[in-house]
Design a binder for this molecule. Structure first.
Ligand code: PEP
Ligand code: MN
Length: 448
């Protein structure tokens, strides 16, 4: 298929609506020039791939598959390296193998990757030692360093976001289709890890079983092509509408608009105003779309979101990513699930057990407890079991590196360890060992 960049095609109705959380670009002319240049760039993904993901998510909505969505809270330009990308991918592939094998369910794998560069903030400015500067809004907008120069929004960064996304996606495509993701590599993904961690050892045992199963299949004369590559999709929060609009193109096959900056995009908790530009934008593109739902979400809001984003009640089109908090999920989620189900919509229900469970440790680090993360997922499963609906997946912030940002896990990180490798530019992520622990525990919940 092909896409063209005709900016007049389709209905760009979001342009006239109020958009929350947009940067104060100091130079509007420079912004216009950047947007015009972005509009001329090639798509990062094809519309047909977005359709494929929508159809895979349709299977999740029907209860036939499970969604694993994960990656950084915020990607950073200086982390676009083969090592970082490979580690992240490896972690997701290992989690995918655990969930598929131990949970006995097909797993749709979607990274928070190749575009996750923009962050909503609770405050527009930050003050340190009496100095007030604009908040860091992600590498697509300004720099993390606390200086006036770094914190000034710069539209040139939008082009860097495109380039960083393109090189990341290129490597991801190479890794997932070029042999690295071949299921016969299940052991290789774990090589650097196994001796050091309890979850690595547990994974090794599972990999041995997978190996046995593969050898058995081979001996029976079957060697399916499907096991040689992995279907992997890219997603990010559609936050900066200047960028997302510039990357939105008309699909020549269907005449419909697609945001070709990623396969799936979601609208965050802070930008999901029903009459705002973000929801309008999501309603006009044909990609599968997600919306984060926090504890204040009313059933009426959820139903209006469905009417706007999924008027045809198409399984796979709309994913609700609930992020209630471990202490709240069992109270807030049941009514939402019940009312949405009664409306006849078949949304994908996904649990983000990260964003409702953040707190500040005495050391000043923003962190999360592994046990809270796990408890929210447990609550999510309980609620769906009670309602007779499908717990469709998990959405997690993770990295493949051995960081110390969240406390707990089998290879336990203590509050006193947080300073050792606290590298996130935004929210605390599960490290590789904690991510694998979570995959094993979720697989058990799925099976039970
Ligand atoms: C995020 O996913 O990083 C995020 C900001 O989440 P939320 O919109 O749910 O707060
Ligand atoms: Mn986050």
């Amino acid at each position: 298929m092909s896409v063209n960049a005709n900016p007049d095609a389709g209905a760009r109705t979001w342009r006239d609506l109020p958009a929350a959380q947009q940067p104060d670009w100091p130079d509007q002319e420079a912004l216009r020039e950047t947007v015009a240049e972005l509009e001329s760039y090639p798509p990062l993904v094809f519309a047909g791939e977005c359709d494929q993901l929508r159809s895979r998510l349709g299977a999740v909505a029907r209860g036939e598959a499970f969604l694993l969505q994960g990656g950084d809270c915020a990607e950073a330009f200086d982390q676009v390296s083969a090592e970082h990308i490979r580690n992240k991918l490896k972690t997701l592939l290992q989690m995918g193998a655990v969930l598929t094998y131990a949970g006995s369910v097909p797993v749709v794998k979607v990274g928070r990757i190749a575009g996750q560069y923009s962050k909503p903030r609770s405050k527009p400015t930050e003050t340190r030692d009496g100095v007030t500067l604009p908040s860091y809004r992600g590498d697509s907008v300004n720099g993390f360093e606390f200086t006036e120069a770094a914190r000034m929004p710069d539209p040139e960064r939008l082009k860097r976001m495109y380039q960083a996304s393109a090189s990341t996606l290129n490597l991801v495509r190479a890794f997932t289709t070029g042999g690295y993701a071949d299921l016969r590599q299940v052991h290789a993904w774990n090589q650097d890890f196994v001796k050091r961690s309890p979850s690595g050892q547990r994974y090794e045992a599972l990999a041995r079983e997978i190996d046995q199963a593969l050898k058995f299949m081979h001996a029976c004369g079957t060697d399916p092509e499907e096991l040689k590559t992995v279907e992997f999709f890219a997603s990010h929060e559609a936050l900066l509408l200047d960028y997302e609009s510039a990357m939105t193109r008309t699909d020549s096959r269907s005449g419909k608009l697609y945001d070709v900056s990623g396969h799936m995009v979601w609208i965050g908790e802070r930008t999901r105003q029903l009459d705002g530009a973000h929801i309008e934008f999501a309603s006009q593109v044909r990609n599968p779309v997600g919306v984060k739902l926090g504890p204040s979400t009313t059933p009426e809001e959820a139903l209006t979101l469905i009417d706007k984003l999924d008027p045809d009640r198409e399984p796979g089109r709309l994913t609700f990513i609930t992020r209630m908090g471990a202490g709240t999920v069992r109270d807030r989620l049941p009514t939402l699930v019940e009312k949405v189900t009664a409306s006849g919509a078949q949304v994908v229900w996904v649990c983000d057990p990260m964003h409702g469970n953040t707190f500040e440790a005495a050391s000043g680090h923003k962190t999360r407890r592994f046990d809270d993360v796990l408890d929210e997922v447990k609550g999510f499963f309980e609620v769906h079991k009670g309602a007779g609906t499908h717990p469709g997946g998990i959405h997690v912030e993770l990295t493949g590196d051995d960081v110390t940002e969240c406390v707990g896990g089998g290879d336990e990180i203590f509050v006193g360890d947080l300073h050792q490798r606290y590298e996130t530019a935004c929210d605390p992520r599960l490290n590789r060992s904690q991510s694998l622990d979570l995959a094993f525990l979720v697989a058990e919940m799925y099976r039970d």
